[in-house]
Write a new protein. Structure first.
Length: 263
């Protein structure tokens, strides 16, 4: 939907400017300028939808649909990502779920959101919530803010995150605790605390390997980037509930890293 709106704004603005000015030689200029008009149109559409985001449940299908649609538009028309997916059948449509993946670019949440059939939200760092519109949208989506300057604040937010997961919202978590090495495809660190949400909520865990995201910073937006998403079989809560979080972290670390190549 969002991609369609973007294209409508883009090409209709190009057409309007061409007809209005009447100079066919300027069509390339109007085409470029209208691209940004398309982005502005999307922002306006999201603002209009804020009341719906505020007054509906976090698991509302429309919220998930619009957010996935925004992610797809960003991936293909802004970042120019060429995404292939393996193991999509492992994604459940319902139930308590946490999603874990390696984290090497700011595009990673958009990539996962686009292919996620299960309702899902994010775990962004606290500073993201200060960005106009984005912060408000994430709040209404039930996102779990990570305050890296205060473990106490993060612990308080985790209580809400656990409730959101119990209500059926998937939680996308990057267990490295941020982008540690943009040039290393594999995870170089793992925070065992990242698995507390899953354990406290009694949620299954879905490991995902993202290949090619280290190249985005060198290619986007002027060149396309090939991204491969490998979705692994679910790690059931009942199978690991007796393990320490450190052991669970080690298990997930190896599942995700074993399908990645160093670049």
């Amino acid at each position: 939907m969002i991609s369609a709106l973007f294209l409508i704004f883009w090409f209709s603005t190009t057409y309007f400017l061409t007809v209005w000015v009447g100079n066919l030689y300027l069509i390339p200029v109007w085409f470029i300028l209208s691209y940004f008009a398309g982005l502005i149109g999307i922002v306006l559409f999201l603002f209009i939808n804020l009341p719906i985001m505020k007054w509906t449940k976090v698991t509302n299908p429309y919220k998930t649909y619009v957010t996935r649609s925004v992610a797809a538009c960003m991936n293909h028309f802004v970042l120019r990502l060429n995404i292939s997916v393996e193991g999509l059948e492992h994604v459940p449509k319902t139930g308590r779920l946490t999603i874990y993946a390696n984290h090497k670019s700011y595009a990673d949440p958009f990539i996962i959101m686009e292919i996620m059939k299960h309702p899902a939200t994010f775990t962004p760092k606290l500073s993201i919530f200060s960005i106009p519109l984005i912060g408000t949208w994430l709040k209404y989506l039930g996102a779990f803010p990570i305050d890296r300057s205060s473990n106490r604040n993060t612990a308080k937010s985790m209580v809400d995150a656990i409730k959101v997961v119990k209500d059926g919202m998937g939680m996308i978590i990057f267990p490295e605790g941020g982008i540690k090495d943009r040039n290393e495809e594999k995870m170089v660190a793992m925070r065992a605390g990242a698995y507390r949400v899953a354990m406290k909520a009694g949620a299954d865990m879905l490991p995902i390997s993202l290949q090619g995201t280290t190249n985005i910073k060198y290619r986007a937006p002027f060149r396309s980037t090939k991204i491969k998403v490998i979705i692994h079989p679910i790690v059931k809560y009942d199978d690991v509930k007796e393990l320490a979080t450190a052991d669970i972290a080690d298990k997930m670390f190896h599942i995700i890293n074993n399908h990645l190549e160093n670049v």
